[in-house]
Design a protein around this ligand. Sequence first.
Ligand SMILES: *Cc1c(COP(=O)(O)O)cnc(C)c1O
Length: 467
Amino acid sequence: MPSVERLVGSTAAADLEAYGRTAFTDAIRAVLADLRAAGGPVPDEPEIRAAACARLAAARRPSLRPVFNLTGTVLHTNLGRALLPRSAADAVAAVMVQASNLEFDLGTGARGERDDHVEGLICRLSGAEAAVVVNNNAAAVLLVLNALAMRKEVVVSRGELVEIGGSFRVPDVMIRAGCRLREVGTTNRTHLGDYAEAIGPRTGLVMKVHPSNYAIAGFTAAADPAALHALCRERGVPLADDLGSGSLVDLTAYGLPAEPTVRAALARADVVTFSGDKLLGAVQCGIVAGRKDLIARVRKNPLKRALRVDKMTYAALEAVLRLYLHPERLRAELPTLRLLTRDRAAIAEQAERLAPAVAQRLAGSATVSVAACISQIGSGALPVETLPSAALVLHPDPGGGPGRRGAGGRCKRLAERLRGLPIPVIGRITDDTIVLDLRTLEDETGLLDTLAALASPNSESRSQPGC
Ligand SMILES: *Cc1c(COP(=O)(O)O)cnc(C)c1O
């Protein structure tokens, strides 16, 4: 085993400078310790040095970083949901490094209101009278409940008492918001009469909840939305509709399945809540939009201060909302819509075209075939609707010694190596293959570049300065 002094001493000055002599020495020491513990044959000096560089490069990588989402779920909550258009990213960058008029009225020189930057746009695009923005839609629901129905009853259909995921459960949120839940109807059927019977002097709010990741089929009934709205108006109780995703445009105009638009929902509710990073295609935030008097109560609630969003969120949201002012360009400019509307044939053509290059980079690890597959929108939007797509299917090579590892183990190991790439590649595992749905692949060169690193174990360090 070569000594630490010898290994450091024979390292090029540039390499030492890239990471610093102390850090480099520590890394060499750690590699040698591992080798000693492993007890195998001693690798040559360049290989030990490369292992140290790989260690240093890995330690330097940020924890939060880009990946290739090839899971087939376009709005993947665990992979960051909607992708921003470049214009929005530029708008964020601009306010990040300079002071901004976040709460400053440039006309009068007086204090301004941060929601002013987007409220007009939201109203214009949805028909709402007023709107506020908070941290996410979960926060929007919490705020609406607390502002409009604290210490009062909230009437909800039993069929809509859903868990959205990530422990967001409607009944629990009600309790935290200080409201009492008044369930009406049954899991599969709720009638207008059920609401009429439940609404009384203790009622603060009637709430509708989009079932999102869940669908009730068969013998079902829900109260007619217009009739329910009329009933609430007659009794003087506000009606809130938690849309979850919601959309600012009619998705059927783009050949996608129907999802309630915010405008349509506001025609039969007094306030609506929806996410900024689901179908809207902007950043994480929650939007409360609707009747002016109710939004004023929401804005005055002390929780609004606790749930408010940063200037970066307003910058991104404003830039995305501006794209909606030109619906004819939206499909090209808004990544979420562009990816959702990609044509199956175009994705299949892309898969056929990329297959040989991907196969070349995976040589010795897996063979590659092209197959039809199904993408999904994700984030609870349209749970039962799916989008026909095409994928590259990776079939891991046997290898690793006969009988040492089953097909499932090889597949897991390949998935692990894909996650370890400079830009990790995330697919889904099906029948001992890794399916890479290409619906969400736009940066083909980037994918081929990162896959090229599969060929050599220390490849990640190669791209780093000095190694
Ligand atoms: C997704 C969703 C939420 C939570 O929205 P976030 O923006 O993820 O906080 C709340 N309600 C419904 C119906 C949803 O679909």
